[in-house]
Design a protein around this ligand. Structure first.
Ligand code: SAH
Length: 490
């Protein structure tokens, strides 16, 4: 198992400074013992213009198997390792990541007493891992390293056997990363993402793994589009831990967005998020249900009305079928958080062309909302006073009139099932009303009739036989002007 890190330089800032930054002298070959075998550090080249450090891990497979067996507590043995013949010695990138963290510990933390300003500045870097196990293939490799500021992310699939090309590719790739990055950032990317790609963890995941992950992911993981896959795989799919990590990352992200302390945000989240999201990840189910409706309606240009902090906008952007996504909200604060979540300021041109965040009130007709395929009102109508609702109905169904409108709202009947909700309370301090299934149905049917839409209803979340689902969803489809359109085409 092998990786190299190279940099370039000139007489003023020689490439050999890499030795200082890594705390490993370029003229010496060194060996470190790790719990999985010997880690060698040496420099195949060390000149003013180019310098390369290599890390070679000589895994001791027998020790590895013994270690696995020796662990009494913490779960079942890893079956991939319960044998002496396996690919660990050659391609165990998760072991390499552990060795990297041990051997380059100080550099990983971005500390360099000798040249602090060099450690804090980006360097021209090139990282190569000649044989990298990559579950998910070159595409996932690019999805993982792509958003992290590397100019080049090359993942070349390796043939199963060079003599028999017809056998196809192995699950290994040759990884090359090039770009101007801080050395510490580059090392942290590798420390987290090599095991994620390997996806065969060799040691038991302990609770402090969450801390390790968050420390190594500082500054890049919270905003990474593949954050969920990364945490789930890094934490070996332990759902409890992955959820804890996701929640804490969310806090970090909100804190960054608002320039606050994480603790402060922790309290703020309690106030702003629906209590319903504690026991069941209902918000996620809602997004999935909405995405399914939009996809089956064939919608490409979508309005997210009352988009809040942009979770749905983000989910929509992940699917290329949505070519234009507009988030609208009355709250500038919510839109600011949404912009940070989407990293609007750092988005590539093509991606940025697909998305817009717009401030506006749905209680007023807005020309900017005309001409879209679909509009979503997810948990929004209950935030308007009942007396303002007809104005929203006209703005959406009468003026903007997209072909499909998806509306979700809490089902008040279900509230008795929320343990934490005192009887007679609404789910959120800002809800002006919450409806029964009957009330929602009759509202939706009236609106549909008035503006020329058909409407159907779908439960979201567990559909309780007595009180129904926690979220109710109505899908409106415009019918009134369909015949005219048909004529137009004929
Ligand atoms: N759609 C998101 C957020 C729901 S919270 C989700 O499903 O998670 C309700 C959102 O509606 C808030 O962000 C609030 O600012 C917004 N909102 C309330 N009244 C509004 C109005 N009149 N016009 C536009 N947005 C409004």
């Amino acid at each position: 198992m092998f990786l190299t890190i190279s940099t370039t330089g000139d007489p003023e800032s020689p490439a050999t400074d890499l030795g200082f930054l890594l705390h490993k002298h370029p003229e010496r070959a060194q060996v470190f013992s790790t719990s999985h075998g010997a880690a060698h550090v040496f420099y195949p080249e060390a000149g003013v213009e180019r310098c390369t450090a290599a890390l070679l891990l000589e895994v001791d497979p027998v020790a590895l198997v013994r270690r696995g067996r020796g662990k009494g507590r913490g779960g079942a043995p890893d079956s991939a390792l319960a044998q002496y013949v396996n690919d660990r010695p050659y391609a165990a990138s998760s072991l390499l990541a552990v060795a990297l963290a041990k051997v380059f510990k100080t550099a990983l933390h971005g500390v360099c007493g000798a040249m602090p300003e060099r450690a804090a500045a980006p360097l021209p870097l090139r990282v190569e891992v000649p044989v990298l196990p990559a579950r998910g293939g070159p595409r996932l490799v690019r999805a993982l390293f792509g958003p992290l500021g590397w100019d080049t992310v090359e993942a070349e699939p390796l043939a199963l056997d060079g003599r028999f090309p017809e056998w196809g590719d192995s699950r290994y790739v040759r990884l090359v990363l090039e770009g101007e990055l801080r050395l510490a950032d580059a090392l942290n990317h590798l420390y987290v993402l090599l095991p994620v790609l390997d996806d065969a963890k060799h040691y038991w995941v302990a609770p402090d793994e969450v801390d390790k992950l968050l420390r190594a992911g500082d500054g890049w993981l919270a905003g990474h589009p593949e954050r969920e896959l990364i945490t789930a795989r890094y934490l070996s799919r332990r759902r409890g831990l992955a959820r804890e990590a996701t929640e804490r990352l969310e806090l970090v992200r909100l804190a960054e967005a608002e320039g606050l302390d994480v603790d402060e945000v922790d309290n703020a989240v309690d106030e702003t998020e629906d209590t319903e999201d504690r026991p069941v990840p209902l918000a996620e189910r809602r997004r999935a249900a909405i995405l399914a409706v939009l996809t089956s309606a064939g919608a490409a240009r979508v309005l997210d009305l009352g988009c809040g902090q942009g979770q749905l906008v983000q989910a929509l952007l992940r699917d290329v079928r949505f070519t234009e996504v507009v988030g609208v909200d009355v709250s500038v604060r919510a839109l600011t958080v949404a912009a940070r979540r989407l990293r609007l300021d750092r988005m590539g041109e093509r991606q940025a062309a697909r998305v817009r965040l717009v401030q506006g009130s749905l209680a007023y007709t807005d020309k900017r909302l005309g001409g879209y395929d679909a509009a979503v009102l997810s948990e929004v109508i209950e935030h308007l006073d009942l007396s303002r609702l007809p104005a929203l109905e006209y703005a959406v169904f009468g003026a903007a009139k997209p072909r499909t409108v998806v509306v979700t709202t809490p089902n008040v009947e279900y509230n008795v099932r929320w343990e934490s909700l005192p009887a007679g309370h609404v789910r959120h301090g800002d809800h002006r009303f919450e409806w029964t299934r009957e009330e929602f149905r009759s509202w939706a049917e009236t609106v549909a009739g008035r503006y020329g839409y058909g409407v159907g209803f779908t439960p979201v979340g567990p559909d309780d036989p007595e009180v129904g689902p926690p979220t109710q969803m109505a899908v409106f489809t415009r019918t009134a002007d369909l015949p005219m359109e048909k004529e137009g085409r004929a």
